[in-house]
Design a protein. Sequence first.
Length: 174
Amino acid sequence: MSEPQALDDDADDSPALVGRRPVESATLAIVLAFAALMAWDNWRTGIAWESTGPKAGYFPFCVSVILGGACLYGLALEILHRAAADEPFVRRAQFRRVLQVLVPTIAYVPVTQWLGLYVASFALIAGFMYMIGRIKPWISIVTALVFSVAMFVTFEVAFDVIMPKGPLERLLGY
């Protein structure tokens, strides 16, 4: 069995996919838009003081103003320091590792509706342990099985919580 690959991002010399500056600028712009929406909605709700104290939108409006100010400050810094060299936000190998987790996790949601929570969780855990963690197949399967059975007993038997079920649970009478 091969040893797991070290996740040392500094040693990664693959090409950069995107720089830090565009990602930070886009994030600041999105948060600024959210702050503006929040400010408008709370202004509409009411930001004045009444005889009993502040209206419902007063404190959230103040938070949105602070948040918006911080975003404007960050965007101003990005504009002022445009000449400085931009360091990579994510490199190709790093992004591949992110996708190795993101894609199966996104696929997990529709598979849960089709196979049920416990079978889909078993497949996700065993797959992650074997493919990403490079753990022996039998250890991955046993660990995923123990976890899935423990969750089944906890939710279905002990607490009687309704969870998405698939063909295996229906076959077992649940």
